[in-house]
Design a protein around this ligand. Structure first.
Ligand code: FAD
Length: 539
């Protein structure tokens, strides 16, 4: 079956939409939801689910008594129907990247827009000879999972922490014959002991030194004072150690509870990193299989919801460079919000059409109108131009300045000014004035600004305008915004520059390959038409 929509893009900014780390009940449920939502999903799984020691699962509706491995196998088969892919391996690091996250494992480095952590936990068992060997068989941890199977039998509870008091009371629900081994609790208050004894629980405070039995079966418990107490099954537990070491360097928020320290997640399973979700035992030590499945399904839906919103945001931004505004906003506020609301708005690469055209021009002084985060200006400076970039957003200009510094360009080669071009009155002439995608859904006196900038072009210099020819297929754009998109001749006519002074060198529509992020948002288009107008002022 084809996973992705018929109009799915053929190129992607990331290897996967979502990488699910851990293929137990939580991870597989998330993967199933995401696969059915037509996401490109990879599950990386180390293959050691927490309940692998038990021969059968209980309390799992529709699967009561099913072997754990069988549920996993069925889950993988179901998810695979929707195109979910699987690899075996252990993830050892997750890093942030421009477009999402990079997941490192024995499979190498793979990128994704989001990650679901469903890696479960290790039960760090008390080191009592004979206990770990029978874990999940006759040494049990959860009476809801296995209490029914040992009901009315002689049950021992080996306490490991204060939480074990609750386990002792709980186990009493399944049998009248309960012996509590309380040494690990230290001195227990008389009232607590009286409470346990009130329902016939026998207290043994001498430390347990050995669990006795034959093969998988428990037969008794030997204590330090030399007693052997016969039991048919034991309930105990381990300290839960969540498998989240591969996130440590990201410093995600955590929460402490009596079970230990766990990643903090919100109601949808999102961690403090907006691209990392977590579900199942890795965040809730007490979650059983159905609870982990529920959490995984919740996270699967939440991750898809977040990606859906991101796809719409990107699609709108692709056309107008902004969320659809009412039109009444103050332009400076609008653009400042637009930039400050994201980490990075554009790809960071220079515009393809600009690169193409400018490659044929001799470097001189250049002015970049509406320079945004500075990718075009930085590229021009790298080609030897002396560049001034102007943008109305202080955040965009700060990013542009940082991008130039990162490229090793001093302000003798490129400088940026945060100002409204309507009010800008800088000095001098320029050999090249560029305006790439100089559109705005809020007030912009575009033609006036372009005409004034044209007056700054030195004799023999050029004015280059690159703009959108049309919105990409599938993106709804208000009619008022569509009217802003001019064809090449309309662009030339609108400028109305004197033909005695100006020659039209290029006035045409050219295809431009979309960046991978844009291709993704554009669903099925890998190229988009740009309007290119290049005018030359007479020498
Ligand atoms: C002995 C025992 C018996 C149980 N019996 C029952 C029962 O009868 N009914 C019930 O409802 N619950 C039972 N449980 C609880 C049950 O095991 C958990 O609820 C369930 O396993 C949680 O699912 P999960 O997907 O969060 O984690 P897990 O099932 O533990 O799956 C996590 C997966 O992630 C993988 N992984 C870990 N680290 C990495 C990494 N770095 N990279 C890639 N993969 C990784 C693991 O190998 C594993 O395959 C039992 C638990 C125990 C200990």
């Amino acid at each position: 079956m084809t996973n992705h929509p018929a109009h799915a893009p053929r190129t992607h900014p990331t290897d996967w939409d979502v990488i699910v780390i851990g293929g137990g009940p939580a991870g597989l449920s998330a993967a199933l939801m995401l696969g059915r939502a037509r996401r490109r999903v990879l599950v990386i799984d180390a293959g050691s689910p927490r309940n692998r020691f038990a021969s059968h699962m209980h309390g799992v509706l529709g699967n009561d008594g099913t072997p754990p491995a069988e549920l996993i196998e069925r889950g993988r088969t179901e998810a695979a129907v929707y195109g979910v892919d699987f690899v075996s391996g252990a993830v050892d690091r997750v890093d942030e990247s421009d477009h999402g996250v990079v997941v490192s494992s024995s499979e190498g480095r793979l990128s994704a827009r989001a990650v679901v952590v469903a890696t479960g936990l290790t039960d760090e068992l008390p080191s009592i000879p004979g206990l770990a060997e029978r874990w999940g068989r006759s040494v049990l941890h959860c009476p809801y999972c296995h209490g029914w199977e040992v009901r009315d039998q002689r049950l021992g509870v080996i306490a490991i922490s204060p939480l074990s008091l609750h386990q002792i009371e709980l186990v009493r629900q399944w049998s009248d014959h309960v012996v509590a081994f309380t040494a690990a609790l230290g001195a227990v208050e008389d009232a607590t002991l009286a409470r346990l004894r009130s329902r016939g629980v026998v207290i043994v405070d001498s430390p347990v030194v050995e669990v006795l039995g034959d093969g998988d079966r428990v037969s008794g418990v030997r204590t330090e004072d030399g007693l052997v107490i016969e039991v048919d099954a034991i309930f105990s537990g381990g300290m839960p150690r969540p498998h989240d070491h591969f996130l440590t360097h990201l410093d995600l928020e955590r929460t402490e509870n009596p079970m230990g320290s766990f990643l903090l997640v919100d109601a949808t399973g999102r961690t403090s990193n907006p691209r990392i979700w977590a579900a199942g035992n890795v965040v809730v030590a007490g979650a059983t299989v159905p609870m982990s499945m529920g959490a995984g399904a919740t996270v699967g839906g939440a991750v898809n919801g977040a990606l859906v919103a991101e796809d719409f945001d990107a699609a709108v931004a692709l056309v107008l460079g902004a969320a659809v505004p009412s039109g009444d906003e103050d332009p400076a506020d609008f653009w400042e919000q637009r930039y400050s609301g994201t980490d990075q708005s554009w790809s960071g690469s220079p515009n393809h059409s600009l690169v193409d055209v400018v490659a044929g021009l001799a470097p001189g002084r250049a002015l970049d109108l509406g320079c945004g985060e500075g990718a075009d200006a930085v590229w021009l400076a790298e080609q030897g131009w002396d560049v001034t970039g102007i943008d109305i957003s202080a955040t965009a200009v700060a990013r542009a300045t940082a991008a130039a510094a990162k490229a090793g360009l001093g302000d003798d080669r490129v400088r940026f000014v945060a100002t409204d071009l309507d009010a800008w009155s800088g000095d001098g002439e320029f050999d090249l004035v560029t305006a790439s995608f100089f559109h705005s859904p809020v007030a912009l006196e575009r033609t006036g600004i372009l005409r004034r900038a044209a007056a700054r072009v030195a004799p023999g210099g050029h004015l280059l305008i690159v703009s959108h020819a049309a919105p990409p297929p599938g993106v709804e754009v208000p009619a008022a915004h569509l009217a802003m998109l001019l064809n090449p001749q309309q662009e030339v006519d609108a400028l109305a520059l004197p033909s005695s002074e100006w020659t039209t060198v290029i006035a045409e529509t050219r295809p431009r390959p979309l960046t991978r992020l844009q291709a993704h948002a554009g669903h099925g288009v890998e190229e988009i038409d740009d309007v290119i107008v290049l005018l030359r002022r007479s020498a």
